[in-house]
Every structure is written in C-alpha cells, then in structure tokens.
Design a protein around this ligand. Structure first.
Ligand code: FES
Length: 238
C-alpha cells in the first residue's frame, strides 16, 4: 500500500512538473514580442527586441506620482504669494530636507502634520501617536515628532523651521510583472513547494505507521490484561 502511495505521489509530481513547464513555455512565448511576427532571423529578432525595450523605456510611466496639494494646483506660492494660492496663517513654517525647502503658513496650535500636507512636504509616519519616532524632525537642535506636534506661538517675523531627515533612496520600480524572471522564479517556487509536499507526505506516512503500530501494541496489551483478569475470576469462582 505504501509503495502504491509513493508511486502515485511521484506520478502526480512528475505530471505537475511537466504541466508547469509547458504552461511557462507557452506563457513566455505568448508574451514574447517576437511571437506575433512570422518566422524571423535571429538578427531581426535581436533588432526588434532592442526596439521594443527602447520604446518601453521612452514611454515609461511611473506607477506612483505625487499628488499636487490644493496650493500647488493653484500655482506657485513663490510667484503668486501665499494668499493667492489659498495658504493662510500668521507663522511661516519652513520644511528643509537636504537642499529642498518648502514653505507654508500656519496658525499657532495647528497640527504640524496638517501643515506638512498642505505644504506638500512628505514625512514618513508609522504609529501616528508619537510613540515610534519614525517621523522625528529637528527643530532648533531638538527632536520633535510631527505626528503629534503643533505649531508653536511665535513673535511676528519669526519663522518655524523644521529640518527633516534625508530620504535615503528613491524606490525603484518593481519591474514588469510578466518578466521571464518572474516565470522562472514561479517555476522554482512551484518546484520547491512540490518537493516540500513530497517530504511532508513521507514524514506523515512514517508518523502514521508508528502510531498504528503503537496503538496495535496497546490493544494487544489490553487484550492480555483482560484475558488474565477473566482467567483469575474463573479460577476464583466455586
Ligand atoms: S509616527 Fe510614530 S512617532 Fe510619529
């Protein structure tokens, strides 16, 4: 029976492997730019693939774009002035991040988080409760947490300057979803999954046999004890 199970498992695994490789080959062929053209020489294919890749790069659209704030949509605060772009307040708030500076206006007591959004200044938050320190920025040599901080009351003419941590690196695009690499990695993952499945199946089979034999021994011992007890009572009876 065990032999039958392992033969059946191996047959299923081989069939799945063959199916996965066929699907992968078909998908790669279907997605390959050269598949929509009739027979071509390798030189033609090479030239076409170079054309495709250069066209894709030229027309590349990033998946994520920063949305403009209402003030940015109204125009440049530098050129038009704060009031013309809808920014109001008494205290100039300046966000500095590396060489970039963004300025907005705010009132005393206004949440700094809102002021940063209105200025179009990106700040990375996590807990949003002032606990984790992810959003920490420097103000006059002291760390503050903009997720919970507010704009302080300042004298006329003073500005509230906030220095933000530099962003380490721009995130790169994750690339094309249907890349050949993704198919290869998918196939590899399937293969690992199937190997793991076969290993688990073998371990489970061994556990099952051990348990069966243990339960068999327990049942045998129970029968012996019961038989001994019955024999004892039979001897005692008159
Ligand atoms: S987001 Fe956690 S402290 Fe500000």
């Amino acid at each position: 029976m065990a032999m039958n199970y392992s033969t059946l498992t191996s047959a299923i695994v081989i069939a799945l492997l063959a199916w996965c490789s066929t699907v992968n080959q078909n998908a790669v062929q279907a997605l390959s730019p050269s598949s929509s053209f009739p027979a071509q020489t390798s030189q033609q294919r090479f030239t076409k693939s170079r054309l495709f890749s250069s066209t894709e790069k030229a027309g590349y659209e990033p998946k994520w774009k920063k949305k403009k704030t209402l003030a940015e949509e109204a125009g440049s605060a530098d050129g038009l002035g704060f009031e013309k772009v809808g920014l109001t307040g008494r205290i100039p708030v300046v966000f500095e991040q590396g060489n970039n500076t963004k300025t907005s206006l705010a009132f005393a007591g206004q949440p700094l988080r809102d002021v940063a959004s209105q200025a179009g200044q990106y700040i990375k938050y996590q807990c949003g409760k002032g606990e984790c320190g992810t959003c920490e920025c420097m103000v006059n040599g002291k760390w503050i947490r903009p997720c919970v901080a507010t704009v302080p009351a300042l004298a006329d003419g003073e500005e509230f300057k906030i220095q933000l941590k530099a962003i380490s690196a721009k995130s790169a695009s994750s690339g094309t979803f249907f890349s050949i690499r993704s198919f290869i990695m998918g196939f590899w993952n399937n293969l690992l999954g199937m190997v793991g499945f076969v290993k688990m199946r073998r371990a489970a089979q061994k556990n099952w046999s051990d348990r069966q034999s243990y339960e068999g021994r327990v049942a045998q011992r129970t029968r012996e004890i019961r038989a001994a007890r019955l024999a004892k009572y039979a001897n005692l009876s008159p």
